[in-house]
Design a protein around this ligand. Structure first.
Ligand code: DGL
Length: 262
């Protein structure tokens, strides 16, 4: 069990923002990453569809022998993690928008949240948001259209800048001092976002917290890999792999990317 890989899945390439943090913190853990790009974006689908896709992804990772699964997608976590935890017998780690640290650290009392419609309308998101933002003004914004552009590798396109401007500029009128990135694709847009919001707004994402949580769960369950050689990683994608190769080109980890008919 200890030598088995950690599985991760996302609706596409965005969850690699989490994967990078995991392989950095846990260099001896092998991982298998599944990018379900063919079905992106999940954020525009119904809860039932998101659950069905999450089951399919989970079954694939389990068939590859994964000992633990990280749902590297806020939309899949907020819609499907309860279902997955109650139907499978392995640990799941999920990702939710980091509202709590943003609300606790905010000095202006206003925070922005950029996430998919699927996340913003989920019950889990509503519960967390209500719990931590009682005296905080929270500006929620659906990032519709951003995920497809990122999947196409159009990170510096005019369309993407126009969408970001449309979504983020109004938040400045509310004097937000934190922006929570509630989608694992969005960390790839941090330079562009910071450019629009200015340095006074702190951008918060969940990658490092998820890696730490993974380490804690592996230790608690006594399933950490005992190997002392740097792990190899396997990434699968069910569409063309060019953009994925491009966004990982400076990643120091040892990995292989394969296209998969899935
Ligand atoms: N990376 C997914 C997330 O964190 C993107 C969702 C989508 O495909 O719309 O929510």
């Amino acid at each position: 069990m200890k030598q088995q890989p950690i599985g991760l899945f996302d609706s596409g390439i965005g969850g690699t923002s989490i994967w990078k943090e995991v392989v950095k913190l846990l260099p001896y853990e092998k991982t298998i990453y599944l990018a379900d790009s063919k079905n992106a974006p999940y954020g525009e689908k119904s809860s039932e569809e998101i659950i069905a896709l999450s089951i399919k992804n989970t079954d694939f990772l389990i068939s590859q022998g994964c000992k633990l699964i990280i749902i590297a997608c806020n939309t899949a976590t907020t819609n499907a993690i309860d279902y997955l935890r109650s139907h499978y017998n392995i640990p799941f780690i999920g990702i939710e928008p980091a509202i709590k640290p943003a609300a606790l650290q905010s000095k202006t009392g206003a925070i922005g949240i950029l996430a998919t419609k699927g996340t913003l309308t989920s019950k889990l998101f509503e519960k967390t948001a209500n719990e931590y933002t009682k005296n905080i003004t929270k500006i929620e914004q659906d990032g519709e259209g951003l995920v497809p552009l990122i999947e196409e590798g159009k990170l510096n396109s005019i369309e993407l800048y126009q969408l970001l401007n449309k979504y983020l500029k109004p938040m400045l009128r509310f004097n937000i001092d934190h922006l929570v990135l509630g989608c694992t694709h969005y960390p790839y847009l941090i330079p562009q976002i910071q450019d629009i919001l200015g340095e006074q707004v702190k951008i918060i994402d969940s990658g490092e917290a998820v890696a730490k949580q993974t380490k804690a769960i592996l230790e608690k369950q006594d399933i950490s890999n005992t190997s002392t050689s740097i792990a190899n990683h396997q990434l699968y994608i069910n569409s063309n792999k060019t953009v994925l190769e491009q966004i990982l080109k400076d990643t120091p980890a040892k990995f292989t990317i394969s296209e998969l008919d899935f």
